[in-house]
Ligand binder design. Structure first.
Ligand SMILES: Cc1cc2nc3c(=O)[nH]c(=O)nc-3n(C[C@H](O)[C@H](O)[C@H](O)COP(=O)(O)O)c2cc1C
Length: 338
């Protein structure tokens, strides 16, 4: 037990010190909910906001570099970049590489990779002193990422919004703790009690998505925020219909009417590596458009509101700075052993 707490505090220091932040809270990248004001507000309040480049460029129509400049005009504190490393068409991969290059020139040093092989990101950012954390849902992917040289793991559990994992936060921690790297709990954290519980489990910090959608700074449509406030844990379902793999969304009459599964042809094509790759691309393209419409413009004919089970603890729209203030106080008490 003593070893654990020693390890925990070292990791905590490592995560906070390496990132240069004060509160171990990441505002996770969210397509299409990551807007410059939200990212900057979280960083400015002592946590770290993640830039989701597709969100910036496609959802908000802000050229990437301009978006980073906008964020930098709102905060001088560190922000991170989400890099989706999923194999894709070359033009997309080249654009992602270019975004990483631009981010490095703008001083971004924290990168969270997701959905694939993070090696090219590690190679690119390490000479600049960059730090790479990789999103994982199970040990198999964590082993590969650790072997490749990531600095930490974002442990996505079965309560997360977006693409959820299939294990509890506790089980995931137990599976991954022997790597000796900082582990960040992603999924179902929406209150300071959840946050402290995660730290007590041994996590070095938390990554939150759903909680930050219901903030004054987030540009998601009020209908979306309202749906989060109204929803309880049992309203969260996993649908494959948006991206082809389980996505955590709030149950709405639309979700009920179309069901949660993909059709038999898509199921068949998902079985083979090559067709799966193309199908994922098509699904992603379609979902990028659909999410932009429903999540930002509030259309109500095809309501897909991505959210995790943390909705249970979200009862009002708050300023991101208020959330960070509450979490900071809880963190200080935790450190003081209160
Ligand atoms: C609306 C929404 C969009 C998301 N988009 C992304 C994304 O583009 N890239 C990514 O790595 N994670 C994405 N996530 C996952 C979040 O970064 C974060 O890990 C997750 O929301 C944590 O779970 P929580 O929602 O229960 O707090 C998304 C989550 C949500 C709710």
């Amino acid at each position: 037990m003593e070893n654990w707490s020693e390890k925990k505090s070292v990791n905590n220091n490592l995560f906070l010190q390496k990132l240069g932040i004060e509160v171990p809270v990441i505002c996770g990248a969210m397509y299409p909910c990551s807007n410059p004001e939200l990212i900057a507000a979280v960083s400015e309040s002592g946590g770290i906001g993640m830039v989701q480049p597709l969100s910036l460029v496609y959802a908000y129509s802000i050229p990437f570099e301009e978006g980073l400049n906008q964020i930098k005009s709102l905060t001088t504190k560190p922000v991170g970049l989400n890099v989706i490393v999923e194999k894709n068409i070359k033009a997309y991969e080249d654009r992602m590489k270019n975004w990483v290059d631009i981010a490095l020139t703008k001083g971004v040093r924290f990168f969270v990779t997701a959905l694939g092989d993070p090696s090219w990101v590690i190679e690119k950012v390490k000479p600049f002193g960059g730090i790479v954390y990789h999103d994982v849902t199970e040990r198999k992917w964590a082993e590969r990422a650790v072997r490749l040289g990531v600095d930490g793991l974002i442990c996505v559990n079965n309560r997360a919004g977006g693409h959820a994992g299939n294990q509890s936060a506790e089980d995931l921690f137990k599976q991954l703790s022997d790597f000796g790297l900082p582990l960040i709990c992603a999924g179902g954290v929406s209150t300071s009690d959840h946050f402290i519980d995660s730290l007590k489990m041994g996590y070095s910090g938390v990554q939150m998505g759903t909680r930050f959608i219901a903030t004054t700074e987030c540009k998601a449509h009020p209908d979306y925020k309202e749906a989060i406030l109204r929803a309880s844990e049992k309203d969260i379902v996993l649908t494959k219909r948006v991206t082809g793999v389980p996505l955590s969304v709030i149950r709405t009459p639309y979700v009920d009417s179309v069901g949660l599964e993909i059709g038999p042809i898509a199921q068949f094509l998902f079985r083979f590596r090559r067709t799966r790759h193309w199908l994922r691309f098509l699904y992603n393209l379609r979902s990028v458009r659909a999410m932009k419409k429903t999540n930002l413009k509030g259309l109500s004919t095809k309501d897909y509101y991505q959210a995790g089970k943390g909705v249970e603890g979200i009862n009002e729209v708050l300023g991101a700075n208020t959330i960070l203030k509450i979490f900071r106080t809880a963190y200080e008490k935790f450190l003081a052993g209160e």
